[in-house]
Design a protein around this ligand. Structure first.
Ligand code: ADE
Length: 252
């Protein structure tokens, strides 16, 4: 039986999604609250994982063992690495990489020990579903019914775009141009950076759980990010994530 796990790394990233649950119940374990119920008639469990790879990995493991999830959706924000990306754009992670994994000289930089893998891949069916749902969210004027004009203006969000490609994760908040340039030089295909996706991807790969990572750009992963990130989280994140998840469940 289908049971969809939905994770976010910040309370604001899942608050709106919890609001979509019917027959909502909560169970607390290990300083996490797991909200169960149905969205559009499909069983789901929603949880705020906390930040970073360890927090994300333990949370997804609990979702697998305790809640028997059959698939996993991650929704959250990321800092832009590619210069093509603007605040408000959405990135679907086709491949996830851990940018702080480095066991050289035992293995190549970024390779995950014992898996003989550097990149972990999202599920193609999930990506196609998410793509369709996000295109609907981006349809004519729809964002103007979700957000206030003031908030859209504050972040210069007018015609956000959807990208698909590599996402890098690591236990670092990017807040300088130097960090951004370094990552871009090492991994030029990476679109954006966050702190959980590739950890979730590793656990899901090991347990053969199909997953997809959906990230909204909240900041430029640069000297401005400590200002843009909290204000995006406060004003945009929750509504955006809820709208994306709602539309994904309509496509399932
Ligand atoms: N998530 C959102 N913005 C980020 C940044 N600048 N660095 C790491 N993770 C992020």
């Amino acid at each position: 039986k289908r049971m969809i796990g939905i994770m976010g790394a910040m309370p604001e990233e899942i608050e709106g999604v919890v609001g979509l649950l019917s027959n909502c119940e909560v169970r607390s374990m290990g300083q996490r609250s797991y909200f169960t119920g149905q969205i559009n008639g499909i069983d789901a469990v929603v949880v705020f994982s906390r930040w970073g790879k360890v927090a994300a990995a333990t949370t997804v493991t609990t979702l697998i063992h305790e809640f028997k999830i059959t698939e996993l959706l991650f929704t959250g924000v990321a800092g832009a690495i590619s210069l093509d990306l603007k605040i408000g754009d959405i990135v679907l992670g086709k491949r996830l990489i851990q940018h702080d994994m480095d066991a050289r000289p035992l293995m190549k930089q970024f390779e995950i020990p014992l898996l003989s893998k550097t990149y972990l891949e999202s599920d193609a069916t999930h990506l196609a579903t998410a793509q369709k749902a996000i295109e609907i969210v981006f349809e004519n004027k729809r964002l103007h019914t979700i957000f206030t004009e003031e908030d859209l203006k504050a972040f210069s969000i007018s015609e956000p775009r959807l990208f698909m490609g590599d996402i890098a994760s690591g236990d670092q908040f990017f807040s300088s141009n130097e960090q951004k340039n370094n990552l871009n030089a090492q991994l030029p295909a990476v679109l954006c950076v966050e702190m959980e996706g590739a950890a979730v991807a590793q656990v899901c790969y090991e347990y053969e759980i199909p997953f997809s990572i959906i990230r909204t750009i909240s900041d430029g992963a640069d000297a401005q990010s400590h200002i843009d990130f909290p204000s995006f989280i406060k004003k945009i994140s929750s509504k955006y994530a809820a709208e994306i998840i709602k539309n994904i469940f309509l496509e399932l």
